[in-house]
Write a protein that binds this ligand. Structure first.
Ligand code: ANZ
Length: 880
C-alpha cells in the first residue's frame, strides 16, 4: 500500500494526528455545506436548536459548549436516521456589555460585536459542530431587526403594546430602567448597583393578557417539570374576587377631596361622583369579608394623595417618598417589620357597613391585583403582623372544623369552647369571641363564624355564597389576577432595536409603516445615557426629528430602544427562512419546520427568555403568522460545568478554561467525548483538563483498529467473532437508546467497552463492522470517523453526514450465556459462564474446570453433586 505524498506526510497517515484531521474535515464541511438543511419538504423533519449565545468579549469557555455538543450529537444522529435536520446557529448580539465597552473605549458597539462574533464563530467551528452556517442570523443586523420591529407593529395593532407612566426600576449608576427580572435583591443584575423606583413613561407589552394561556399550554409541552413549575409560579395565577368599598364622605366640607380623575379601566379604582370614591380591592379570600378590620392601599395608589386628610397629608407624603426608594423584593419580604401610615379616611364594608380605616403601607404592591386590600388580620399573616404593630382589631371569622364542632358551629363561639381551646383574650382589640386568633393568624380551612349570612359554611361554600351576594349587590365580582406584570419593554440605551414609533406634537403616537422598516439605528458620537432617563439616541437630532410618511407632519422618533430579549423572542423562526425579504418567515416553510423539536439550554432562562418567546409566539399564532400554539416542543436543560476548583467558572475567579487552550493538544473529538463522558447532561460537574487524555487515548485505540503502524488498513477481512458481533449490536442498541434519551455519558462508555473487546481480540476491526462502528461513533467524534471513512472508501467517498445509521440485529441481543454460581459445601466459590441450555453434566464439567474449584476438590471426596441447569452447581464433599 502506497502512502499518499500530497498534503500530509507519512507520519500523519499512521498516527492519529487530530490537528491535521480536524482542520481538514472542518474545511471540507464548510466548503461543501454538507450540513445544510434540505429543501425537500417531503422528508421527515427534525429541528434541533441551541440557546443562541450573546457574543461576549471574552469568548467561550469550556462550560459553554456542553449543550452544543449534545445537540450536535442529536443533529448528526437524526441525519443518519433519515431526518431532514435543521441545526442553526446565530448571535443574540444587542445588549449592555457591548454598550458599556463602547462607553469606556469609544469603540462603536457594532464593531465590538462584529469582532466578538468572529471569535465565537471561529471557536464554535473548532468543535466541528454540524451547523447550517448558511442560516446564521445576527439580531443586530438591520435585515433581522426589521422583522423584530415588524412584530412590534403586530403587537401594537393588537393592543398589546402601550405606553404608560409606571413606577419603574431606575438604576442611577447604569442610567437606565431595568426589568424586574434584571433586579436581584434590590440591585442591578449587571454590575450590582442599587435600584430605586420612580415613575416614567415607558412602553409595555401586555403579556398579562396571555397569562392564562401561558399557564394552560404548559400542559402541551415536553419540558422538565421544574421549569414548568417555575413558569407557573412566576405567572402566579390567583382566583378570587374584587370587592368595591365606598369611601366615607368626610364631615368637614373643606376636607372633601376635589374631583379626582382615575384613568378609566386601570383597575385600581373608580370615582363615583354620587357616592364618593370607591376603593376596589382584590382578595383570594372573599369568604373572610366580615373579618376585615382595616384597608391598605399601596403608596403609589392613585387615591393615595386624595385619601390623605389634611392632618395626615404630610406623614403620608413622607411615607410615600420613603417607599419609592425600596424595591418590591424588599417590600414584600415576609419577615420585614411592617410600616405604614393612616390616611385619616374610612371605607365602608359593603356586607355590614363597618367603618374601616384606610392605611397606606408598602407591603401592598401597586402592580398586583388592584393595589389595594381589605386587611383580615385574623386569617392573613402579614395583616396580622401589621394589626399587632398598629394596634388594630383582629377578628376571628374562620374556625378549624374540629374546634368549631366542639363549640357547636354557629354565629357566636361558646366562651367555654374558646377557653377549652386554651385561647386567652389579649389586650389587642379582642374579646373572648375572637380570642383564638389574637396570637397568630389562622390560615387553614374550617367553617365561618361571626360572619352573618356565611356562618356555618365551609370556606369554599362561603366563597361561592359571598361572591354571589356581591354580584347581587353590585359590590363585587369574581376575578382572576396574576403575579405576572406587563412586560416593561423600553430601555434607555443605544445598543438595541429602535421602536418603529413616531410621537406627534399633540401627544399622539403613530407607527412607521411596514414598508419603511427597518428604522435603522443611527451613528452616534457618544453612548452615555443622558441620565435623565432618555437614551443616547435623544441627542441625535437629525434622526429624532423627522416627518410622518403618512400625514407629512413633523414628528419625533421614539428614542428608547427595545430590551435584549426582543431579538431572542423569535430567532428560531428566522432560522427557518433567514433571507426572506417579504416576511419574517415563509408560511409554507414555517408549517414544515415548526415547532422546534428539541431545544437545549440553561435553566436560568426559565422565566425570562422562555416565557417571553412563548408569549410572542402566541401573539404571532393569533396573527396567523405561525401555525403552532407553542414554539419549543421538547426542552432540555443542561447542567453546569464548574472550574477545576469546583467553583462556578468565572473570569473574576480566574478558573475559566478556554477551548483555545485545550483543543490544540487533545482535539475537538476528544473534547466532545470528554464533555459527554463527564456525567449526565443535567448534572453539575467539575472540569478536569487531565480527563481529556482519557478520551484522546480511546480515540487512539479506535484508530489502531483501522490503521496499521505503517499507515495501511488494519481492517480484517475475516468474519467477526461471535463475541465481537454480539458486542457490536449491544453497543448499537445502547448508543441508539441513549442518544434518544440524551443519556450521552453511558453511550460513550459503551463504545469504549466495544473497542476494548476488539483490542482484546487483537485482529483489527472486522470489515463487516467497520462502517457500522464509524457511523455509531460519528455523532460524537465526527472528524476521526470521517477520516477513517475516507481511508476505507477513498478520499472521494461521500461524507458520513447523511449515511444511514447501522441496522440493528435484534437476534444478537438475546442473552444465550448465563452466569452460574459454583458452591462447595454450600459456599459460593466461583462463577462460570455457560450456554443457557447446558445440561447437568456440562455444568459439572465446566465447574470442575474452574481453577478455584479445582483446587478445593483436589484430593477430596465428592459425596454428591447438585447441578441444576441454568441455576447452580454445588459440590458436597465427604468428611467435612
Ligand atoms: C383578604 C385576605 C384574607 C387575603 C385572608 C388573604 C388571606 P395570592 O394568593 O398570592 O394571589 N393582596 C392582594 N393584592 C395585594 C397587593 N397588591 N399587594 C399585597 N398583597 C395583596 O394573594 C392574594 C392575597 O394577597 C389577597 O387576598 C390579598 O389579601 C393580598 F385570610 O385578601 B387577601
Amino acid at each position: 500500500m502506497s502512502t499518499t505524498q500530497d498534503t500530509h506526510g507519512l507520519n500523519e497517515r499512521q498516527v492519529y494526528d487530530h490537528r491535521a484531521i480536524e482542520a481538514r474535515w472542518q474545511a471540507r464541511w464548510l466548503e461543501t455545506g454538507v450540513f445544510a438543511a434540505r429543501a425537500d419538504l417531503s422528508l421527515p423533519k427534525y429541528y434541533v436548536l441551541d440557546f443562541f449565545p450573546y457574543p461576549s468579549g471574552t469568548g467561550l469557555h469550556v462550560g459553554h459548549p456542553l449543550g452544543y455538543v449534545a445537540t450536535d450529537i442529536v443533529a448528526r444522529y437524526k441525519r443518519h436516521r433519515g431526518f431532514n435536520v435543521l441545526h442553526p446557529m446565530g448571535w443574540d448580539a444587542f445588549g449592555l456589555p457591548a454598550e458599556q465597552h463602547a462607553l469606556k473605549t469609544g469603540v462603536h458597539p457594532a464593531l465590538t460585536t462584529r469582532r466578538n462574533i468572529d471569535t465565537f464563530r471561529r471557536q464554535l467551528r473548532s468543535f466541528g459542530f454540524s451547523y447550517d452556517w448558511s442560516r446564521e442570523v445576527d439580531t443586530t443586523d438591520p435585515t433581522y431587526y426589521r422583522w423584530t420591529q415588524w412584530i412590534f407593529l403586530k403587537l401594537y395593532e393588537r393592543g398589546l403594546a402601550y405606553e404608560a407612566e409606571v413606577a419603574v426600576n431606575w438604576c442611577p449608576a447604569l442610567g437606565t430602567v431595568l426589568a424586574n427580572e434584571e433586579v436581584i435583591d434590590g440591585r442591578s443584575e449587571v454590575g450590582g448597583h442599587p435600584v430605586i423606583r420612580r415613575p416614567m413613561k415607558q412602553w409595555l407589552l401586555r403579556i398579562t393578557a396571555y397569562a392564562e394561556r401561558l399557564v394552560k399550554d404548559l400542559d402541551l409541552l415536553d419540558w422538565p417539570e421544574h421549569i414548568k413549575a417555575l413558569q407557573r409560579n412566576w405567572i402566579g395565577r390567583s382566583a378570587g374576587a374584587e370587592v368595591d368599598f365606598r369611601v366615607e364622605q368626610r364631615a368637614v366640607p373643606g376636607d372633601v377631596p376635589p374631583g379626582i380623575e382615575v384613568p378609566a379601566g386601570d383597575g385600581t379604582g373608580s370615582y363615583d361622583q354620587g357616592n364618593g370614591p370607591v376603593l376596589r380591592i382584590f382578595t383570594t379570600r372573599p369568604d373572610t369579608l366580615f373579618g376585615a378590620t382595616y384597608m391598605v392601599i399601596a403608596p403609589e395608589h392613585p387615591l393615595a394623595e386624595t385619601l390623605a386628610t389634611s392632618d395626615n397629608a404630610r406623614a403620608c407624603a413622607e411615607y410615600r417618598a420613603a417607599a419609592a426608594s425600596k424595591t418590591d423584593f424588599e417590600r414584600s419580604a415576609l419577615n420585614r417589620e411592617k410600616t405604614g401610615v393612616f390616611t385619616g379616611s374610612y371605607a365602608i364594608n359593603p356586607v355590614n357597613d363597618e367603618r374601616l380605616p384606610i392605611w397606606i403601607a408598602d407591603y401592598v404592591m401597586l402592580g398586583y391585583g388592584t393595589g389595594a386590600i381589605m386587611a383580615v388580620p385574623g386569617h392573613d399573616e402579614r395583616d396580622h403582623e401589621f394589626a399587632r404593630a398598629m394596634k388594630l382589631p383582629i377578628l376571628e371569622v374562620v374556625r378549624a372544623t374540629d374546634i368549631a364542632a366542639a363549640a357547636g358551629s354557629g354565629a357566636a363561639a361558646h366562651p367555654a369552647a374558646a377557653a377549652a381551646a386554651g385561647a386567652v383574650p389579649t389586650s389587642v382589640g379582642g374579646d373572648a369571641k375572637h380570642a383564638r386568633v389574637q396570637e397568630a393568624a389562622y390560615t387553614g380551612d374550617g367553617v365561618l363564624v361571626n360572619s352573618g349570612l356565611l356562618d356555618g359554611l365551609d370556606v369554599p361554600a362561603a366563597k361561592a355564597r359571598i361572591t354571589e351576594w356581591l354580584l347581587q349587590h353590585k359590590a363585587g365580582r369574581p376575578a382572576v389576577h396574576t403575579r405576572l406584570r406587563d412586560w416593561l419593554f423600553s430601555r434607555q440605551r443605544y445598543w438595541g432595536e429602535p421602536f418603529p414609533v413616531l410621537h406627534h406634537a399633540d401627544g399622539s403616537v403613530s407607527t412607521v409603516p411596514e414598508t419603511d422598516l427597518p428604522v435603522r439605528l443611527p451613528e452616534v458620537e457618544k453612548y452615555q445615557p443622558s441620565g435623565t432617563g432618555e437614551s443616547p439616541l435623544a441627542t441625535v437630532t437629525e434622526w429624532v426629528v423627522t416627518t410622518d410618511p403618512v400625514s407629512g407632519e413633523g414628528v419625533r422618533r421614539e428614542t428608547h430602544t427595545m430590551p435584549q430579549w426582543a431579538g431572542s423572542c423569535w430567532y428560531y423562526l428566522r432560522f427557518i427562512d433567514p433571507r426572506n425579504e417579504q416576511a419574517p418567515v415563509d408560511p409554507k416553510l414555517e408549517k414544515y419546520w415548526m415547532p422546534v423539536d428539541l431545544y437545549v439550554g440553561g435553566a436560568e432562562h426559565a422565566t425570562l427568555h422562555l416565557l417571553y418567546a412563548r408569549f410572542w409566539h402566541k401573539v404571532l399564532f393569533d396573527a396567523g403568522v405561525v401555525s403552532t400554539p407553542e414554539p419549543f416542543h421538547k426542552l432540555y436543560c443542561q447542567g453546569m460545568i464548574l472550574g477545576e476548583d469546583h467553583e462556578k467558572m468565572s473570569k473574576s475567579r480566574g478558573n475559566t478554561v478556554s477551548p483555545d487552550d485545550v483543543l490544540p493538544e487533545y482535539g475537538a473529538d476528544a473534547f466532545r467525548l470528554y464533555e459527554m463522558f463527564m456525567g449526565p447532561l443535567t448534572a453539575v460537574k467539575p472540569w478536569q483538563t487531565a480527563g481529556l487524555s482519557g478520551t484522546h487515548r480511546f480515540l487512539k485505540r479506535a484508530w489502531r483498529l483501522y490503521v496499521t503502524d505503517d499507515g495501511g488498513l488494519a481492517v480484517s477481512d475475516a468474519a467477526p467473532s461471535a463475541e465481537a458481533m454480539r458486542a457490536f449490536h449491544r453497543t448499537l442498541a445502547k448508543v441508539t437508546d441513549d442518544i434518544e434519551a440524551l443519556a450521552l455519558n453511558t453511550a460513550v462508555s459503551t463504545m469504549m467497552e466495544f473497542v476494548n473487546v476488539l483490542v482484546r481480540e487483537g485482529v483489527g476491526m472486522p470489515r463487516a463492522l467497520a462502517d457500522g462502528f464509524l457511523r455509531m461513533l460519528s455523532p460524537f467524534a465526527p472528524h476521526i470517523t470521517e477520516e477513517l471513512n475516507a481511508r476505507l472508501h477513498g478520499a472521494d467517498a461521500p461524507s458520513l453526514a447523511w449515511q444511514k445509521w447501522p441496522e440493528l440485529d435484534r437476534s444478537q441481543l438475546v442473552e444465550d450465556d448465563v452466569e452460574i454460581a459454583v458452591q462447595v459445601n454450600g459456599k459460593v466459590r466461583a462463577s462460570i459462564r455457560v450456554p443457557k441450555d447446558a445440561d447437568a453434566a456440562a455444568l459439572t464439567a465446566a465447574a470442575r474446570a474452574e481453577p478455584a474449584v479445582e483446587k478445593l476438590l483436589a484430593g477430596a471426596v465428592v459425596k454428591k453433586v447438585v447441578a441444576v441447569p441454568g441455576r447452580i452447581v454445588n459440590f458436597v464433599l465427604g468428611g467435612a
